[in-house]
Ligand binder design. Structure first.
Ligand code: PEP
Ligand code: MN
Length: 367
């Protein structure tokens, strides 16, 4: 059960004390107070946890400061959008806003391989005015004999170059708690030259211990990728582990699901879930066209399948695109076949922005 407070109520308001006193009358029920920060205003919510089935909503309906009381059957209560919750969860990080209205393209290397490629990529981004990128340092690979990423060795030059080329946020996958400490240390040593969004890869989508760890720290936001072989609902529940541990700065990323029915694509593209995630959760939604499609192939109209699904995600309202680029894909140590050429970045962005404008037009026409 969630008690949504009136706009003027804050954590310090006497109404909150009164509501908490009313909650304490019910055995086995506890309350967690938290502020939901939206685009234009913040809303205080009091979440009742435990045996709430026996608690009537009208015990709170008429208390001062209460806007409405929502019974949540959904298990992903923090990230979920429940009846009466119109605000989307948004956050600011390193000068950028992430919410269900914003739009960013994280274009970059699937895996950092050389300093030279990293610099060429960052320069291409800077030339296009892009301040968000992806840089894989820790790579979970199907085979133990494949390149596993340079790990902490590459972090000093990645962060230094990011600072030099004006990159504000880097999406970087972590697979273990230790790597978060390595990222933090290297960032500090770079004089906090940039910011990092910790990426949880699809292979760790239900690694609950890792999810708890990224949830317990609040320094870095988290880009959570849906599990490739579980339902959307199961991914939401897993993602809730991050929020329930205290970190609410989450972006939810779609990246396709594994089934032969998606052939010849690497995964079956789940772009139709973009509006679903926006409706069922309050999180900004990311789409990864590169890992969905898995190969750079041209359609007869001259556009790649990757450009086509990027457009599909954007026309459906995606807030972030996470896309693989490389200055020399034939030399890439990971996922070269799906990387777009760094030299193609400008054209890709033009295409995406054409679609984003069309989406904005559709959205305005709908209200
Ligand atoms: C990635 O983005 O580098 C990656 C490995 O993606 P996923 O976890 O979606 O396979
Ligand atoms: Mn990859």
């Amino acid at each position: 059960m969630i008690i949504i407070c009136k706009p003027e109520v804050t954590e310090q308001s006497p109404e909150v004390t009164q509501i908490l006193r009313a909650v304490s009358a019910f055995d086995g029920v506890s309350a967690r107070v938290h502020t939901e920060r939206g685009q234009t205003r913040s809303v205080l919510e009091i979440h009742l946890i435990g045996n709430t089935a026996a608690v009537p909503t009208d015990a709170f309906d008429d208390l001062p400061g209460v806007q409405n009381v929502v019974r949540v059957s959904d298990r992903y209560r923090l990230i979920g959008r429940h009846r009466g919750q119109i605000q989307s969860t948004g956050f600011e990080y390193n000068g950028l806003t992430f919410d269900q209205a914003s739009f960013h393209v994280f274009a970059g290397l699937c895996a950092v391989d050389t300093r030279e490629h990293t610099e060429l990529m960052m320069r291409a981004l800077a030339e296009c005015g892009v301040t968000t990128t992806r840089m894989g340092a820790y790579k979970p690979r199907t085979s133990p004999y494949d390149f596993q990423g340079h790990g902490r060795e590459c972090l000093p030059y990645v962060f230094e170059l990011a600072g030099r080329y004006g990159i504000r946020v880097i999406a970087m996958e972590v697979t273990h708690e230790q790597q978060i400490h390595e990222v933090r240390r290297a960032l500090e040593q770079s004089g906090n030259a940039t910011g990092v969004m910790l990426q949880i890869g699809t292979r760790n989508a239900q690694n609950f211990e890792l999810l708890k760890v990224v949830g317990q720290q609040t320094e870095f936001p988290v880009l959570y990728k849906r599990g490739m072989g579980i339902t959307l609902e199961e991914s939401f529940n897993a993602c809730e582990y991050i929020a329930s541990e205290g970190n609410r700065r989450i972006v939810f990323c779609l990246r396709g699901v594994k089934t032969n029915l998606g052939d010849p694509h690497r995964n079956f593209v789940d772009v139709a879930h973009v509006p679903v995630v926006k409706r069922l959760t309050r999180l900004p939604v990311c789409f990864d066209p590169s890992h969905s499609i898995g190969r750079k192939e041209l359609a007869p109209d001259g556009l790649t399948d990757i450009a086509h699904v990027s457009a599909m995600a954007v026309i459906a309202g995606a807030n972030v695109l996470l896309v693989d680029f490389h200055p020399a894909p034939e030399k890439a140590l990971c996922d070269g076949p799906q990387a777009l050429l760094a030299a193609e970045l400008e054209r890709y962005l033009d295409d995406v922005m054409t679609v984003r404008e069309a989406y904005e037009k559709r959205r305005k026409a709908a209200v």
